[in-house]
Design a binder for this molecule. Structure first.
Ligand code: PLP
Length: 465
């Protein structure tokens, strides 16, 4: 044991950290939604690397005093930005426990129980979103670091599949919607795609991929000598939560033997609900599906999941081993993913599923969707133009008589007054204010504050209240 290592257990540091944890969660709504006093923090952070050791208690206090100068307060019930939820405290506890023994679920010998739990979590996620094989069993997948990495992994399989079917890097074409998440563009670029390899399909009047154009475009491309590789649909666009017509897109991809990847990073958590299956179709149709527990499964950041209908595709893509690794009969997870040594991020997800159960999650989803319904109705009543792509609790609104800069100032003012943290989104050349409800603690009283604020802005013609 190194000198001083045990100091951490002898002091009251854990007590102090637990108090900090408690205060952060307990008073989240009273703290500013956004604080950014970097200059104050910089006064405390030494520019020079420390020459001599410092006691752990002092370091912890110092860190507390630094971080209080800047916070994007995701824990606040009036935080409506991006899709960055208040993480369930149990997911943080899970992360912490998983780090204590530094287990890795990448390999059986690096973490036997971590691997068992990780594989269970993949199965539970598949069950939760009802991504099932014809016989009712769950397909496999892999835990990743988030939605972007899940998309990259799924699209890697799509590209390999196209090349196996006879395509080349020069002639393959991916079909994505104009509203696709930026991680789709980035992934395709990493996989060797250039402009000519990517066909951007416009949206229809419901903010979904226009499937008539998709069908026509694929046929035209084949005649031009392109090799259609994959269609990428979105289950919950980042801007307004639109869900592409995945049943029709599956039909089209099957007509031409294309890989079908569904980016369900945003809305996937809702996909197992009967209403969603009836209204928007089942995720089952995807060859690969990206899911992001760090969104509406309320896990701390940094844990994603890719579900694949045929896990052999993952093994084909990543089974390459090395002389330093003795292969055992049991497949290791690192042989199904790009990253070798990974943190055990699925433990928090496991514990969250245990804490809430499916019914607990569904109760939260119901609440958030109905709050979004109220927001939408009230905004429309006061003359706002509202865009909402599905029942998912995301919407975008604007006041028709005011210009973009007025809306941007409204966003700033709402943050300053601690009324709401919102973002803006450009739709069809117009700036809208975007609201995403992803905090399970948000209640009616919170959204009433936003409705009242918007009303005042309309009535007074000014964004300053
Ligand atoms: C639809 C969609 N896909 C992918 C991502 C990327 O996820 P991550 O930020 O976890 O990489 C996001 C993030 O908001 C998203 O909304």
């Amino acid at each position: 044991m190194r000198d001083g290592e045990m100091e951490i257990f002898e002091s009251d540091i854990f007590d102090r950290i637990m108090k900090y944890f408690y205060k952060a969660y307990n008073n989240a709504g009273d703290r500013s939604i956004f604080r950014n006093d970097i200059s104050e923090a910089k006064k405390i952070i030494s520019e020079e690397i420390p020459e001599f050791p410092t006691g752990i208690a002092e370091i912890v206090e110092n860190v507390f005093s630094i971080i209080e100068h800047g916070e994007c307060n995701f824990l606040s019930p009036r935080y409506y930005g991006y899709i960055t939820p208040r993480p369930l405290p149990i997911t943080i506890i899970g992360d912490w426990i998983s780090l204590i023994g530094n287990q890795t679920p990448g390999a059986w010998r690096g973490g036997p129980i971590a691997t068992v739990i990780e594989n269970t979590v993949i199965q539970w996620i598949a069950q939760f979103v009802k991504y099932e094989m014809a016989n009712g069993s769950s397909p496999q997948g892999i835990i990743t670091s988030g939605g972007s990495m899940s998309n990259l992994t799924g699209l890697h399989l799509a590209r390999n599949n196209a090349v196996e079917r006879g395509g080349t890097l020069a002639n393959i074409r991916y079909y994505i919607c104009e509203t696709a998440h930026l991680s789709i563009y980035r992934s395709l670029s990493l996989l060797g795609a250039f402009e000519d390899n990517i066909c951007v399909i416009p949206i229809d009047c419901n903010q979904r991929m226009n499937t008539l154009i998709l069908r026509k475009q694929i046929k035209e491309d084949i005649l031009k000598g392109f090799f259609p590789a994959a269609v990428i649909a979105t289950y919950g666009t980042t801007s307004v939560g639109a869900i592409d017509d995945i049943s029709t897109i599956k039909e089209i991809s099957m007509e031409h033997g294309l890989w079908f990847h569904i980016d369900a990073a945003s809305g996937g958590a809702y996909a197992g609900i009967d209403f969603y299956i009836k209204e928007y179709g089942s995720l089952n149709v995807g060859n690969s599906v990206a899911i992001d527990p760090s969104k509406w499964l309320f896990s701390s950041f940094g844990v994603g999941c890719l579900l694949v209908y045929d896990p052999a595709e993952l093994k084909k893509a990543y089974s390459i081993s090395s002389d330093y690794w003795e292969n055992e009969s049991e497949a290791d997870n690192f042989q199904m993913s790009f990253i070798c040594t990974r943190a055990w991020r699925s433990l928090g997800v496991y514990m969250a599923f245990c804490q809430l159960g499916v019914s607990g999650y569904y109760a939260i989803f119901d609440k958030l969707s109905s709050l979004a319904d109220t927001l939408m109705n009230e905004f429309e009543k006061i003359g706002c133009l509202v865009l909402r792509g599905s029942k998912l609790p995301i919407l975008a609104y604007k006041i028709p008589k005011y210009d973009d800069s007025f809306h941007k100032c409204m966003i700033e003012e709402a943050i300053t007054l601690n009324i709401a943290y919102m973002t803006h989104v450009n739709i069809g050349g117009n700036l809208y204010i975007r609201v995403a409800l992803s905090n399970y603690e948000t209640n009616e009283e919170d959204i009433i504050k936003l409705i009242e604020f918007t009303k005042k802005c309309i009535e007074s013609g000014s964004y300053t209240c």
